[in-house]
Design a protein around this ligand. Structure first.
Ligand code: GDP
Length: 683
């Protein structure tokens, strides 16, 4: 037997038939009400259509004195009405409307109106609850007022009257006022005042929805602080923010300071990148002798003394024990005229996504190659990271390159070896899209520190090399243009919980200016947040500009809304959000030719998103861009094409022509970069 029986509709007589076999009968199966009690219960099966009929049929119930009133006739009439009343046959929709009307009426007037009256009025007024209540309350008012005068408001009625529906609240007011006129017992006045009268408080406020101040519900249905979050349409960015003269602000704040840029160090694994950077940091005084001594001792203990400089940048235990860089390390050096943030990218191919994320932040790059015999070749061949890294940084917009021919001590500072490597790299770099004038080759030894921060001393090197040392080459890099007067865009490369309220995001400001308290839109969800604090190298700032690597404390948005790779933008000039866009791609490394539906991983800034090549519009000439073939069926290596890409989730992306910084992307498949692209049209 089901445990969930409808007790109200149950025939207790049937239940207790055969009561003899009570043994072997689970207690749960029985009713917990005695038959004596049951006779007092409402039983639909016995024709007790209403409580009034039930009371009428049970004559032995002693009526309480106060129930006897002048209009008992009316009550009796009501009871009879309900008792004999048959609800007319209605279709399903009308039946449902009627039931909800009756519920609503009962909520307001309790048992004071007969069922017949409720049904008939509901049908007459076509289930319009306002009209129904109006009619019932107005017409019954006099009778009820009299009744109230003698008996007081029934407790159920009082209770219900405290919770009227919004639509009936105003009607109730007038009704209750009428009742007060006839000196009904003091009742709580329920008021639903117009908003304009809100200052005058009369009785209890009705807990009804307030149309003008309903809480903003964000795209993810997260109720958010309405002060901070307004819908996009309601965004009111301060005049000051809108009219800020970005260039002026920049020259005021940064005019006196040395120019600052980001440099990524790339190259095949073990080319000596970390050692070179570590040594440079020690030479330029950014790592104290004390810290260096500690690294020396620790690396000696682990039998890895040759890595002591690399440890300046490789900070994690795993990086140190495996002797490889896994994540992008950040540090700073200062040259005569510039401040440079160094990004030490992992060379290992397993960590290319980290390298791409680092490269998106870089203004210039330093490509390190190992000059020792066999090693340069291993890094330069297919599968080596020298080519892939150079192509990646170029595709991500880096056009100035310093090429460090490292570990020359291993080949006795041989000029021939240097020239051989330079020759091979020059051809390749030209093909990759670097201008010859933007590429400088520097012979070095990261381990011995030769030609790093001071002009070369080694006689075997000075015999043939008269060029600048590495620090000078870095100092000579031309400053990339900062797009300060464009709308604000920042790509998020990390998210973490800060010490105070809100949470922090870090990343690069691609374009525009961000000031403390600015409102911003977050990623594809376009939820609004506020920049509560800005830090550059852990120093609090009021303003930050395009090209800065910043940490921003965000408030007014849920941390789960922000993800690595998403773009934070200006609410007045939001970044396009799309799942479909057209792009020009350059295919460099596919084992299986590209066809329609080819699945790829789209790398855009720090974002990695699955996508498919949904259309192949045309194959283009690599240098002129002319259409060679319309709707090609396949795209092979070294081909250039106009294609359409579709992502599963919406992403923030810009047209390359408008925002170079955010219009470039890479396509990767199975850990290999197969193509680089530029967005031409956003659907
Ligand atoms: P990364 O993977 O490119 O960061 O390379 P590391 O900086 O970790 O260096 C790899 C190995 O090459 C380490 O054992 C270094 O000591 C060694 N190494 C780095 N630079 C030089 C150099 O200029 N000369 C010599 N002989 N060894 C070097």
């Amino acid at each position: 037997m089901s445990r969930h029986r409808i007790v109200r509709a149950m025939d207790y007589n049937d239940e207790y038939d055969g009561y003899d076999d009570v043994y072997g009968h689970s207690v749960d199966d029985d009713n917990c009400i005695s038959p004596t009690d049951a006779q007092w219960l409402y039983d639909r099966a016995r024709g007790q259509h209403s409580m009034s009929a039930f009371i009428k049929n049970n004559k032995d119930i002693e009526e309480e004195e106060e129930d006897v009133c002048d209009d008992s006739v009316t009550y009796d009439k009501d009871r009879r009405d309900s008792d004999n009343f048959q609800i007319p046959k209605l279709n399903d929709v009308d039946q449902a409307k009627l039931t909800s009307c009756i519920d609503e009426i009962r909520n307001v007037v309790g048992d004071q109106v007969s069922e017949r009256r409720m049904v008939e009025t509901s049908i007459n007024f076509e289930y319009d609850i306002t009209k129904i209540l109006d009619d019932i309350l107005n017409n019954e008012c006099d009778n009820k007022a009299k009744r109230y005068k003698q008996t007081g408001v029934s407790s159920s009625s009082k209770r219900n009257a405290l919770q009227p529906s919004t639509s009936t609240a105003s009607k109730l007011t007038s009704d209750r006022e009428t009742f007060s006129n006839v000196q009904a017992p003091p009742i709580i006045k329920v008021t639903a005042q117009p908003l304009s009268e809100r200052s005058i408080r009369r009785g209890f406020e009705v807990n009804s929805p307030q149309p003008q101040s309903s809480p903003t519900v964000s795209g993810r249905n997260t109720p958010v602080d309405e002060d901070v979050n307004k819908t996009l349409a309601n965004v009111k960015v301060s005049k000051e923010q809108a009219q800020r003269d970005a260039r002026k602000l920049y020259s005021q704040e940064r005019g006196e300071l040395k120019a600052h840029f980001h440099m990524i160090v790339i190259g095949h694994v073990d080319a000596g990148k970390s050692t070179l950077m570590g040594h440079l940091l020690v030479d330029t005084g950014y790592v104290s002798q004390r810290v260096m001594h500690k690294h020396e001792q620790e690396s000696k203990k682990m039998g890895k003394q040759s890595f002591m400089y690399a440890w300046v940048l490789d900070e994690t235990g795993e990086e140190r024990s495996r002797g490889i860089t896994m994540d992008v390390g950040y540090s700073r050096i200062e040259t005569d005229t510039k401040v440079v943030t160094l990004l030490d990218a992992p060379g290992h191919k397993d960590f290319i996504p980290n390298m791409i994320s680092g490269a998106t932040q870089a203004d210039v790059a330093l490509l390190v190659v190992d000059a020792s015999r066999g090693e340069f070749e291993a890094g330069f061949e297919q599968g080596g990271q020298t080519r892939e890294h150079a192509l990646l940084v170029r595709s991500l917009g880096v056009n100035q390159l310093g090429v460090v021919i490292n570990k020359l001590d291993m080949v006795d500072w041989s000029k021939d070896r240097f020239d051989e490597i330079v020759g091979k790299l020059k051809t390749f770099l030209r093909q990759a899209g670097f201008k010859e004038s933007d590429v400088t080759f520097i012979p070095c030894s990261g381990l011995s520190g030769e030609n790093l921060s001071k002009p070369a001393q080694e006689p075997s090197l000075t015999a043939w090399y008269k060029g600048p040392h590495l620090l000078k080459v870095i100092d000579n890099f031309k400053l990339p243009e900062r797009s300060i007067d464009r709308p604000f865009r920042m790509s998020v490369s990390d998210i973490y919980k800060g010490t105070g309220s809100g949470f922090c995001i870090s990343g690069r400001i691609e374009t525009g200016v961000l000031s403390v308290n600015d409102r911003v839109l977050v990623g594809a969800s376009r939820e609004q947040a506020q920049a509560k604090g800005i830090q550059i190298d852990e120093i609090p700032q009021t303003n930050s500009f395009a090209g800065d690597q910043v940490s921003v404390t965000l408030a007014g948005v849920d941390m789960s809304t922000v993800s690595v790779g998403c773009i934070i933008c200006d609410p007045q000039n939001p970044i396009p959000v799309t799942t479909r866009f057209q792009a020009r791609i350059l295919v460099f490394n596919v084992t299986v030719p590209i066809t329609i539906g080819y699945p790829v991983l789209l790398h855009h800034q720090s974002l990695i998103e699955p996508a498919v090549l949904s259309k192949l519009h045309a194959q283009l000439h690599k240098s002129t861009g002319e259409i060679i073939k319309k709707k090609p069926r396949v795209l092979g290596n070294n081909s250039c094409a106009l294609v359409e890409l579709k992502t599963t989730r919406p992403i923030c992306i810009e047209r390359y022509a408008e925002f170079k910084e955010l219009g470039r992307f890479m396509l990767r498949v199975g850990g290999v970069t197969i193509a680089a692209g530029m967005v031409t049209k956003i659907r």
